[in-house]
Design a protein around this ligand. Structure first.
Ligand code: RB5
Length: 149
């Protein structure tokens, strides 16, 4: 059974500092941080890191995932290839909240070259605290799952 306090974090080389700031921020809130790196600044491909985090969420090891690359876009695309993952890239708090409320997203992608740390932490807070609304949105999420094959 998934421990609902566990949040996996990963990034490519472009976002190590922001990822570590997010890790400290959510750990202070009581989340159990599973930071799977990387920790060294060498260039490293975002698809590997997005997929590694996505597998932690898809297999139930972690309730949520937060992943980062330069834009957030590439790592989001990789994560969404893993069955069971619904990941959105956000740069506004409304969207970060709504991907939980309407889309039951289980991963959030951020662009470290797009947003600053203050906004990133707000986006993370919105994502981690918003509940899924269910209701009419549940049927639509089921339609997304049906596309996974
Ligand atoms: C790496 O330079 C960069 O391409 C990557 O971080 C990301 O922005 C890709 O989507």
């Amino acid at each position: 059974m998934t421990d609902n306090t566990r949040v996996v974090l990963s990034s490519d080389h472009s976002a190590i500092g922001l990822r570590q700031a997010i890790a400290a921020h959510i750990a202070a809130q009581g989340w159990t941080v599973v930071d799977i790196g990387p920790t060294t600044p060498e260039s490293t491909p975002y698809p590997e890191h997005g997929a590694a985090a996505a597998r932690r969420v898809a297999d139930g090891d972690c309730r949520f995932g937060i992943i980062l690359c330069g834009t957030g876009q590439g790592i989001m695309m990789a994560a969404n290839k893993v069955k069971g993952v619904r990941c959105g890239v956000c740069a506004d708090t409304f969207s970060s909240r709504m991907i939980r409320q309407h889309n039951d997203a289980n991963m959030l992608a951020l662009g470290a070259r797009v947003i600053g740390e203050g906004l990133a932490l707000d986006l993370v807070d919105a994502f981690l605290t918003a509940p899924f609304d269910g209701g009419r949105h549940a049927a639509r999420v089921e339609m997304i799952k049906a596309l996974e094959g």
